[in-house]
Write a protein that binds this ligand. Structure first.
Ligand SMILES: [Zn+2]
Length: 203
């Protein structure tokens, strides 16, 4: 289980621990959990933007293996050298488009506007919760992933601690996962990097 841990030297909070392995794109009977018609493979939608026909164009739900959880008590505690807290917060997935295999850069202008609108709405909603002190929007996009294995997603994290620029929270994954999952996660097996979208970092 993930938790927040204060580095006693730098005085920065990091996310540490293990995260459950979740099926990735095309890993369940060749089905992409983010495509229209497969909504049963994801949690219930928090917010959806629909077109005139009623079909969703942008969809938001809680991550299936969230790093931060709304229900978690903060429970601050000291253990040895470290201060720890539970990962109280929120971790939401934004499906940028119903279309599989298209990158965000190739989205039509009106669809990009929908993504921005729904992200704005979710950030404003999360800011209403006084337990959260930092909300970040980020995207996991790897050049090495073949387009047919991807479905364009954005992610929103709300955490109870402020993030200092230059820190790089790292979360150890709970298992090896598939080749597709590893490709999407990057070259270091078992590691996730959590990097805010608008901060330039030497990743
Ligand atoms: Zn898909």
């Amino acid at each position: 289980m993930a938790e927040l841990r204060l580095n006693p030297v730098t005085r920065r909070w990091i996310v540490t621990g293990k995260r459950a392995v979740m099926p990735d794109v095309l890993e369940v009977d060749g089905l992409c959990p983010f495509c229209p018609g497969n909504e049963r493979l994801t949690p219930k939608a928090i917010e959806e933007l629909r077109d005139a026909s009623g079909a969703w164009m942008t969809r938001v739900f809680h991550d299936r293996a969230p790093i931060f959880q709304v229900e978690a008590p903060l429970n601050p505690r000291a253990e040895g050298l470290y201060d720890h807290m539970n990962t109280l917060g929120a971790h939401e997935v934004v499906v940028d488009t119903p279309q599989h295999g298209i990158s965000m850069g190739a989205l039509p202008e009106e669809q990009m506007a929908r993504v921005i609108e729904v992200c704005r709405d979710r950030i404003l909603d999360l800011k209403q919760d006084r337990r959260f002190r930092y909300v970040s929007l980020f995207k996991d996009q790897r050049d090495i992933t073949p387009p047919w294995l991807t479905h364009s997603l954005s992610q929103i994290l709300a955490s109870p601690v402020l993030r200092e620029e230059g820190t790089l929270p790292v979360l150890r994954h709970g298992g090896a996962g598939s080749a597709a999952g590893q490709a999407r996660r990057g070259p270091e097996p078992g590691l996730h990097r959590v990097v805010p979208l608008r901060v330039a970092l030497p990743v």
